[in-house]
Ligand binder design. Structure first.
Ligand code: GLU
Length: 447
């Protein structure tokens, strides 16, 4: 394979799809050398097949808002790759959702899911529906209208959606309610991230953030460091940021920043349990304002409008919000303030310039597809529980999650250790995930 040639042909076809092209380029550049040692991959055109989704469903979603106005959004499901299992990946409800965004997320999901050690293919879906400012009833009506189209594309052994930005337990509940009404199937395994009383994994809400911190611990231990007493900046205040802040605090770190689209809250003495709980209220309010944290806790948090979490001095940066939320300038600002570790918790949270700046400076950096894989891994555990009609305790799930994150870290070290001993976690994660999917595709013939 020649990355330049493949990218040129994709750019010609999909020139507008910036996020998708960014994600593909990162993976292909990482795997080029190893791939080219496998002529059998080249003969089966594995890479050319792998960069295209198996199929994309696009549908209109029409619903009625609280004022009686008719609203129309677009809905999508990108079934990217099924080489190692049924399609699996979240749904994102955000005003900026486009096919490009979902293609990048589906592509990333394919390799992330391969890293989890569980048999799951890659998918992503969602809508340009904007949950900000919507009432609970509007969220429900939208979810119902969305499922009215989606239900025919999914199934517990076929494609299993879950949450992502803008989709949490509440939305999964509404989506499942409509699914079972339409499909007349009562297998809760069709969606993950469900409520605890009806098939949900006890630890799924926490899993992405907890898993990210377990991975961070392994990375720090490998580098001879410890998280205890370190300052941590977290971006966002949604489900992932909440889990990360909870576990970081539990492990003895001090979370000094949380942020939102409106600015950043600096928390000098570290986030408290009450503040962490309040993050859940902030998300449920659909206001999307981190300023609410400073309003609620005026003595503990100082809000600065228009600033990112990366303006706060910290040892460890944890992007937990959105793709490309940490750019080259942010990376330089962080490092100028003494940051020596960045674990990407959001999907593609750092721009290529930021990753290059971190890698050139040789600070510890790990990519989202390894760091945040605990979320989908726990979804995989939820599927197992549903398929076998059992339920595990939080302790059992947490132990399995620990084991999976350790395995992912080991895979990154195995495939990412360079000749000089430096560990390139980006290469490690990409090669480990890619080789597994490529081998499975090869064994299944030309389809
Ligand atoms: N949206 C999450 C991710 O990016 C979770 C997907 C899932 O649980 O299926 O991995």
């Amino acid at each position: 394979m020649k990355v330049a040639e493949i990218m040129a042909s994709l750019e010609k076809k999909y020139g507008q799809e910036k996020e998708y092209l960014q994600a593909v380029r990162e993976v292909l550049e990482s795997v080029e050398e190893v791939y080219n040692q496998h002529p059998e991959f080249e003969a089966a055109k594995i890479v050319e097949r792998m960069v295209e989704p198996d199929r994309i469903f696009t549908f209109r979603v029409t619903w009625v808002d609280d004022k009686g106005n008719v609203q129309t959004n677009l809905g999508y499901r990108v079934q990217f790759n099924s080489a190692i299992g049924p399609y699996k990946g979240g749904l994102r409800f955000h005003k900026a959702v486009t096919p490009s965004m979902l293609k990048f997320l589906g592509f990333e999901q394919t390799f992330k899911n391969a890293l989890t050690t569980l048999p799951m293919g890659g998918a992503k879906g969602g809508s340009d529906f904007d949950p900000v400012g919507k009432s609970n009833a509007e969220i429900m009506r939208f979810c119902q209208a969305f499922m009215y189209e989606l239900w025919q594309c999914i199934g517990p052994d076929q494609d299993i959606p879950a949450g992502d930005v803008g989709v949490g337990g509440r939305e999964i509940g509404f989506l499942y309610g409509m699914y079972k009404k339409l499909a007349r199937e009562y297998n809760t395994g069709v969606l993950t991230g469900k409520g605890g009383t009806w098939g949900g994994s006890i630890l799924r809400p926490e899993a992405t953030g907890f898993g990210a911190l377990y991975f961070t611990q392994h990375l720090l231990h490998k580098a001879g460091k410890d998280i205890k007493g370190k300052t941590v900046a977290v971006s966002g205040f949604g489900n992932v940021a909440w889990g990360a802040a909870t576990k970081a605090t539990e492990l003895g770190a001090k979370v000094v920043a949380v942020s939102g689209p409106d600015g950043v809250c600096y928390i000098k003495d570290g986030i408290t349990a009450d503040m962490i709980n309040y993050m859940l209220d902030m998300r449920a309010s659909n206001r999307n304002k981190v300023e609410d944290m400073a309003t609620k806790f005026p003595k503990l948090a100082v809000f600065t409008p228009g600033k990112k979490a990366w303006s706060i001095k910290c040892d460890i940066a944890l992007p937990c919000a959105f793709q490309n939320e940490l750019n080259g300038d942010d990376a330089k600002e962080l490092m100028a303030n003494g940051t020596w570790c960045c674990c990407e918790v959001s999907n593609m949270g750092c721009t290529p310039e930021a990753i290059k700046a971190f890698q050139d400076a040789r600070i510890l950096f790990a990519p989202g597809k390894a760091v945040n894989a605990g979320g989908v891994a726990t979804s995989g555990l939820e599927m197992t529980q549903n398929a076998t009609h059992i339920s595990w305790s939080a302790k059992e799930v947490d132990e399995k999650l620990h084991f999976i994150m350790e395995s992912i870290h080991e895979a990154c070290v195995k495939f990412g250790t360079q000749k000089d001993g430096h560990i390139d976690y980006v290469k490690g994660a990409n090669i480990a995930g890619f080789m597994k999917v490529a081998q499975a595709m090869l064994e299944q013939g030309i389809i």
